[in-house]
Each structure stands twice: as C-alpha cells, then as structure tokens.
Design a protein around this ligand. Structure first.
Ligand code: PLP
Length: 381
C-alpha cells in the first residue's frame, strides 16, 4: 500500500458546479461563483473584502503593491517560509530581512523580529506555518509601536482560529492559497483579504489591470479608464466553481484531517514526553485546521533515517522548508547559514508527515503501523 504525502480530495458537487460555470458562458473572474465563494467566507468565518486571485503567490504580490512597498523599504519575514513570501517583497524593490522562528511553534519569533526593526522597516510579514496562527498579538504590538504595516501569509491557515477569530482577518492584509497541496483546493488559486477599509477600492483597481472597470459594472461610470498600477489578479469562475464545492464540504474535510492529526499525536506523544522529538503543539488560544503535522527529531541523522525507512515501506513523509536565508537567493542577499542558527538547526531536523483527508478513510492504520515500527527501530521502543 502506498501512502503519498498529499492527495487532493474530490468533493461531491465539484463536477456539477464546474459544468454550470462552463454553461453559464461567464468564465472570467469576479462572476457568479466568485460571489458565492465570497459569501461563503463571510458567512462561515466573517471574512470580508475577499479578492479571489490565481494563487497564494499572486495574493502576496497584489498585497505588497497595495501596501505601497518601494525600493529601499525593508520587510521582516521568517526565513522558514516558502519562496513566494520573499519574492513578493523583492519584486517591489524592497528588501527581505529574515528573522528566526520559535522552535516550538515554527512561526516567526516576534522578539527577534523586533530586534531587526530599522528606520527603513515598512512591514512585518509573518506566516501561519502548518496552519498554526503566528503570534498575532506579538506582531500587532510591534507594528503599533513602530508604526509598521502587518501582512500575514495565511496560505496554510484557512479555517484556523486565533482567539476565536478566523485567520485571514488579521493585519492590514492576509493571503490564502488554494493550491492543490492546501486543505481547500481548486488546483491553483488564492485570495487576498483586505482588512484595512481604506484600501478596498484601490484593491479592485490593482486586481483589474489598473482600471476602474468595476465602477462601470456597478453603473457608477459609463467608461472605464486606466487609473493605477495593476495586473490580472483574477481567478477564473471555472476554478471558483471548483473552490465553492470544496468550501461547502470544509467541515467534513476538517473532521477527516483532524482524525489523522489526532492519531499522529497519540503515536508520537510518547517520544515527545521522553524529550526525544517535538511535534506540532496545541495552543490554548488557537483552533487549528490540521493542515500539517511535523516531527522535529533530535538529530538530522534520525530525521533522515525516519524518512528513508518510511519510504522503503512506501510511506512518503517529507522534509520541511529549506530556509530561505541560506538558499542560493538568500546567500546572494548576503546571508550565511549561521546567521540564523535556530532556523538552520530545526530546518535540518524537521519532517512533515503525510496528511490529506482521504488518509482518514483509507490507509491510516497501515501508515501508523509503519511509523511505529520505524520509531521503534530508531529509539528502541
Ligand atoms: C503554499 C504557500 C504559498 C504559495 O501559494 P501558491 O498558491 O502555491 O502560490 C505561499 N506561502 C506559503 C506559506 C505557502 O504555504
């Protein structure tokens, strides 16, 4: 039996909605299904001002333009993230400044971020790693003290809550991804959530190639004009249809994923209790979307052994991010691996376990059995 790392789930109404979108003849962005998706996010998680875009990457790009980043500005983000978080900054001419992670939460460490603030710093850009909300109170406080913008890369945290408020609703801006590897997926897709009310209108211009086309659609103008910078930050309604079918099934998907994360916690807790590994933590002030489950081993060698032995048993766990500061691009910005020793160390020892909704229905027992055997081989119990 093969257990892949990830597998997209097919939800009940996907084909029907996609067919309806095709038959409607309105295939471009911001049409009927986009509106239904926006309505769903509002009803379900009180998320307002949602702009559906082609990817989590483009949501970050639209966000940094909207925030007005300029050459010479500095943005503080964790090194432990995906390339897109840093690329969005670089594309504006601003400079990414990498901070450490907290090795328990694997999220950006606000204390270290604070130590990196200069008079050029314009924005803080933490991520919600594995669906765990970052320290939003901590980052909001720094943003307030130093008059900085806060944008959150919430690509992985759709459906998670921080102090009873949905991820996506924090900061001036938050971004989601609906990529195939995320909890809710339409293949490629994303959303920018604009929480700063002053930016709502301009966000429409940026999304629609720098035009005020939207005002024409709403009858406020008879012709549309080129009024701003912009790009084509739009999700086709065919994909919005697929996304809606997934969203309508989100409670079921979450229940299935949670079954898997609970089983992993049960299995790995005993090693954690002995201080041999650490695992995805629980938090009193957050509710998690079970996006990912990680194990941080006591050595790189044990992590490698774990991954290799599982692979021999056809179970595909995976390494985490390659830290950005020590990547070829990070080095070209002047960083060395030892500049962020915590990130460097945990980055080498972390493994992410297979996690997808269907695993709860099919294969979980096999997967757990293989993991238990491999852990026994490594740690002797
Ligand atoms: C997935 C992901 C992205 C990119 O999203 P895409 O939809 O693949 O463009 C950006 N940041 C983080 C933290 C992610 O996990």
């Amino acid at each position: 039996m093969k257990i892949p790392f990830n597998k997209p789930y097919q939800c009940p109404d996907e084909r029907e909605y996609v067919t309806q979108a095709l038959e409607s003849g309105r295939l471009a962005g911001n049409n009927a299904y986009a509106q239904k998706v926006q309505e769903h996010l509002k009803q379900k998680h009180k998320l307002k001002n949602v702009y559906l875009v082609p990817s989590g990457t483009s949501a970050l790009e639209m966000g940094v333009w909207l925030a007005g980043l300029k050459p010479g500005d500095e943005v503080i983000l964790p090194s432990y993230t995906f390339s897109s978080t840093a690329n969005a900054i670089i594309l504006t001419g601003a400079k990414p400044v990498f901070c450490e992670v907290d090795p328990v939460t694997m999220n950006a460490d606000p204390a270290h971020a604070k130590s990196l603030v200069t008079d050029k710093t314009k924005m803080l850009l933490p991520i919600d790693y594995a669906g765990l909300p970052c320290d939003i109170d901590g980052f909001s406080a720094i943003a307030k003290d130093f008059d900085l913008l806060l944008m959150i890369d919430a690509a992985q945290s759709y459906g998670s809550y921080y102090q009873e408020q949905a991820c996506g609703s924090f900061g001036e801006l938050s971004t989601f991804s609906f990529h195939e590897t995320k909890n809710i997926s339409c293949g490629e897709g994303g959303a920018l959530i604009v929480n700063n009310p002053n930016w709502i209108e301009r966000a429409h211009f940026l999304q629609e190639k720098g035009t005020d086309r939207r005002l024409v659609l709403y009858g406020q103008k008879s012709k549309y004009h080129w009024v701003d910078i912009g790009s084509s930050f739009l999700l086709s309604d065919i994909l919005a249809a697929l996304l809606l079918a997934q969203l309508e099934y989100e409670d079921d998907l979450l229940a299935l994923r949670t079954k898997v994360t609970n089983a992993y916690t049960d299995l790995f807790e005993q090693y954690h209790a002995q201080g041999l590994i650490s695992i995805t933590p629980y938090s009193d002030n957050a509710r998690l979307n079970s996006h990912a489950f990680w194990v941080i081993f006591d050595s790189e060698q044990n992590k490698n052994g774990f991954l290799t032995q599982l692979k021999e048993r056809d179970v595909y766990a995976y390494i985490g991010y390659m830290p950005l500061h020590s990547s070829p691009m990070g080095q070209s910005l002047g960083y060395r691996a030892e500049d962020l020793p915590i990130t460097d160390s945990v980055g080498k020892r972390i493994a992410r376990l297979p996690l997808y909704a269907e695993l709860a229905e099919h294969g979980l027992d096999y997967c757990l059995e293989q993991m238990a055997r491999v852990m026994k081989d490594i740690y002797g119990f």
